[in-house]
Design a binder for this molecule. Structure first.
Ligand code: IPM
Ligand code: MN
Length: 356
């Protein structure tokens, strides 16, 4: 039997209960798919930082980089673990994204059945696009580099040719491999930038068109970021794959999440050439931890993306179909605030039963 070594970072707040739910689903999925997932837990996150002074030790980072096929990660962060200026202490995200060179942050926005869109009047699947967020440079280049002074602070928006080439290639490859295309049936990559103002984004766009020429079957279009924010609300059904600089991807992926029932329903992958980790796009919500309210769908969909990455696309599709069917049948019931009736355990059971 095929065996994959997987690292598990349970995370802070609601992280552990979400990860437990995803592991229950993965148990059913791997049995069905005829492969084995062998887990090793890695101690990382805000609580780890508080206890040990680092959010992830260099040895553990090296293990995540070279010792496993992929990592499943819960949300991390605690409100009292912060630098004095309010920025994140520990920076696990920064450590992993840079340390694993996980340069592509892949964030699908898919409207599932049984979930109302905040936009109203959209059928399931009527929103189905993927944001490919550059994950190692852009406006996050100064992440973790100290707080500056209190008079004037500048951050560098770093855009390199190499970094842009690889993220744009990833976006076009994803568009080529994706099943669903927008209503007109044509695959499309949209470059979102502010190249009318920012030199760094102008380079991004230039390189985007260079890469587009390598993929003549895929439509390449561009949209300024402000117009993109508008279009993702007014005509989300037109989009297929969108590629953009780090900070824009952070903002627009939350916008996308809000239109498909909330970010609690969104999974994501942080994927490099030789390492990858998978996590929900939302935070660790410590105020509801342990109360049986947290919604694990984002974590479960992140786990499904991990199965895709491990080379089990059919099993991944089975998990996604099980989530959709359980929502449609009312076996998973979501409240207006995104919480799930019965908590993560009940959602996991509904999905795992359908997978089995
Ligand atoms: C995300 C998060 C992080 C980010 C935060 C926690 C620093 O919002 O993964 O989108 O901005 O990248
Ligand atoms: Mn974010």
């Amino acid at each position: 039997m095929q065996v994959h070594d997987i690292a598990v970072i349970r995370g802070d707040g609601i992280g552990p209960e979400l990860v437990d739910a995803a592991l229950a689903v993965l148990g059913a999925a791997s049995a069905k798919g005829g492969f084995e997932l062998r887990y090793t837990e890695v101690d990382a996150g805000a609580d780890t930082y508080r206890r040990t002074g680092t959010a992830c030790s260099p040895e553990d980072l090296e293990y995540l980089r070279t010792g496993v096929a992929a990592t499943l990660k819960g949300p991390v962060g605690l409100p009292d673990v912060r630098f004095p200026d309010g920025t994140e202490a520990g920076l696990l995200g920064g450590i992993l994204r840079i340390g694993l060179d996980a340069y592509a942050n892949v964030r699908p926005a898919l409207l599932l059945p049984g979930v109302g869109s905040a936009l109203g009047g959209i059928r399931p699947g009527g929103i189905d696009y993927v944001i490919v967020r550059e994950n190692t440079e852009g406006l996050y280049a100064s992440r973790g580099k100290g707080v500056g002074n209190r008079w004037a602070v500048s951050d560098t928006l770093m855009t390199t040719r190499e970094g842009t080439l690889r993220i744009c290639r990833r976006a076009f490859e994803l568009a080529a491999a994706r099943r669903g295309a927008p209503g007109d049936g044509r695959h499309r990559v949209t470059c979102v930038d502010k190249s009318n103002v920012l030199r760094s984004h102008a380079l991004f766009r230039e390189v985007f068109f260079e890469v587009a020429a390598e993929f003549p079957d895929i439509e390449a279009e561009t949209l300024y970021a402000d117009a993109a924010a508008q279009a993702l609300v007014l005509r989300p059904g037109d989009f297929d794959v969108l590629v953009m600089e780090n900070f824009l991807g952070d903002v627009l992926s939350d916008l996308g999440g809000a239109t498909v029932g909330g970010i609690s329903l969104c999974g994501s992958g942080n994927i490099g050439d030789s390492s990858a980790y998978f996590e929900p796009i939302h935070g660790s919500a410590p105020s509801i931890a342990g109360k049986g309210l947290a919604n694990p769908i984002g974590q479960i969909l992140a786990a499904a993306m991990m199965l895709d990455h491990l080379g089990h696309p059919d099993t991944a599709a089975l998990v996604r179909a099980a989530v959709a069917a359980a929502l449609e049948a009312g076996e998973i019931r979501l409240a207006q605030d995104g919480s799930a009736a019965g908590g993560p355990g009940a959602v996991a059971k509904a999905v795992a039963d359908r997978v089995a």
